[in-house]
Design a protein around this ligand. Structure first.
Ligand SMILES: Cc1ncc(C[n+]2csc(CCOP(=O)(O)OP(=O)(O)O)c2C)c(N)n1
Ligand SMILES: [Mg+2]
Length: 389
């Protein structure tokens, strides 16, 4: 029987973690000891049924300047307070339809914003309020969209799952699981074709990696060395189905290795780790070395959507993750390093609370779209070449 081939991670991925060795199928298979994964103090042991989110590190020595920590704190508090309010308003039936909250996953976005530049494009699935908030979309326009009002960023016609904002390069907000993966590759193709020097960061959930579209997009992105960072936000569940119940491949980042794509797991309860991983991937993309696949190990504190009581998980599991909260970690770093006082952080909290309240008033006082809006923003091309009567 032939030896198990252990494929080296490509040269471009020097800074990425080494791939673990493939599992030997028989006794006679040899495994290169260099590639056997060593226990990682941050990552929980493999086989742990709730291995999705690793233990967050409360960094005592700051890796970044004060401005970066303050920006992370402010952005993540805005995401959380905005969504806590949205959750309340949903309960009051002021917000209707679908609504998926990002609470717990904030570092996945904040750490990427600080690592990327203004011209870069962003695309994600339907859990999409936090990305544009951090990129600078007005909370008023997002809240109004949740209320289905004409002043919303999608003119009240998209709702929670279809937030868009061209001004900050946020290309949605997509409800079909995995649909944004080939679109992310396509956006990156356009950036490369137009020689803009920008990249596309394309987020997806752990449920989306089981879609065939991922494999087609990965293959082409790698073949054409597109400037794209694929990110799977592995929060452990696709609706109520745990990662372990959907495939025997539970280390999701290893899927990228089938295409020789530099791939690595990231402790996404740590905003510093997210920043560092995205910065490495961005450097590769801008150097013309192509895509990277990052598995952000994270956790959502709320159910899948507002109608999910999340009975498939235990209170203890939730509390365990809450005890490693990313905002608390940043707060801890700021205070222990005297970057700001308790009072200064409280003033930021108050400012954001007022901003969120203002967005609610703006949304409440805005009109609904008029009926003629139904016929606007609809793509029609009369002479579309492939349609025959
Ligand atoms: C193609 C497709 N199949 C099924 C659904 C129904 N659906 C909506 S969300 C979801 C789970 C996705 O979970 P995941 O990708 O892990 O993202 P998360 O909600 O955890 O952020 C499913 C199956 C859908 N929207 N699109
Ligand atoms: Mg998920």
């Amino acid at each position: 029987m032939a030896e198990t081939k252990v494929k080296a991670t490509p040269k471009a991925s020097n800074s990425a973690k080494k791939s673990p060795a493939p599992k030997a199928a028989g006794k006679d298979k040899k495994v290169n000891p260099d590639t056997v994964k060593q226990p990682d103090p941050v990552m929980p042991p493999a086989g742990d049924p709730h291995a999705a989110a690793p233990r967050a590190t409360s960094t005592d020595k700051p890796q970044f300047p004060k401005e970066t920590y303050m920006q992370w704190y402010e952005q993540m508090v805005l995401m959380r307070k905005f969504e806590e309010k949205a959750g309340q308003l949903y309960g009051q039936q002021k917000i209707k339809g679908f609504c998926h909250l990002y609470i717990g996953q904030e570092a996945c976005v904040a750490g990427a914003v600080s690592a990327l530049t203004k011209g870069d494009k962003w695309i994600t699935a339907y859990r999409d309020h936090a990305h544009p908030l951090a990129l600078g979309t007005s909370p008023n326009a997002i809240m109004a969209e949740l209320f289905a009002k004409a002043t919303g960023c999608s003119k009240g016609k998209g709702g929670s799952m279809h937030i868009f904002d061209k001004a900050v390069n946020f290309v949605g907000g997509h409800g079909i699981v995995g649909a944004q993966i080939p679109m992310g590759a396509g956006i990156a193709f356009a950036e490369k074709y137009n020689k803009t020097g920008n990249l596309c960061i394309c987020y997806m959930g752990d449920g989306a990696v089981r879609q065939g579209a991922l494999h087609e997009a990965f293959n082409m992105a790698m073949l054409w060395k597109l400037p794209v960072i694929f990110v799977v936000e592995n929060n452990g569940y696709a609706m109520g189905t745990s990662v372990q119940r959907t495939s025997n491949v539970t280390e999701l980042y290893t899927l990228g290795e089938s295409y020789d794509m530099p791939s690595e797991p990231v402790n996404a309860m740590s905003v510093e780790d997210v920043h560092n991983a995205v910065a490495r991937a961005a450097e590769r993309a801008r150097a013309g070395e192509g895509p990277t696949f990052l598995e952000f190990k994270t956790y959502r504190y709320k159910g899948h959507s507002m109608s999910d009581p999340a009975k498939y998980r235990t209170k203890e599991e939730l509390e365990d993750y809450r005890s490693r909260d990313t905002i608390e970690s940043v707060r801890h770093t700021i205070l222990t390093n005297k970057m700001a006082t308790e009072e200064e952080l409280a003033a930021i909290d108050e400012k954001i609370k007022a901003q969120v309240q203002e967005s609610v008033e703006f949304a409440e006082n805005s009109p609904y779209p008029t009926a003629d809006e139904l016929f606007k923003d609809v793509y029609v091309q009369q002479d579309y070449p492939y349609i025959r009567d």
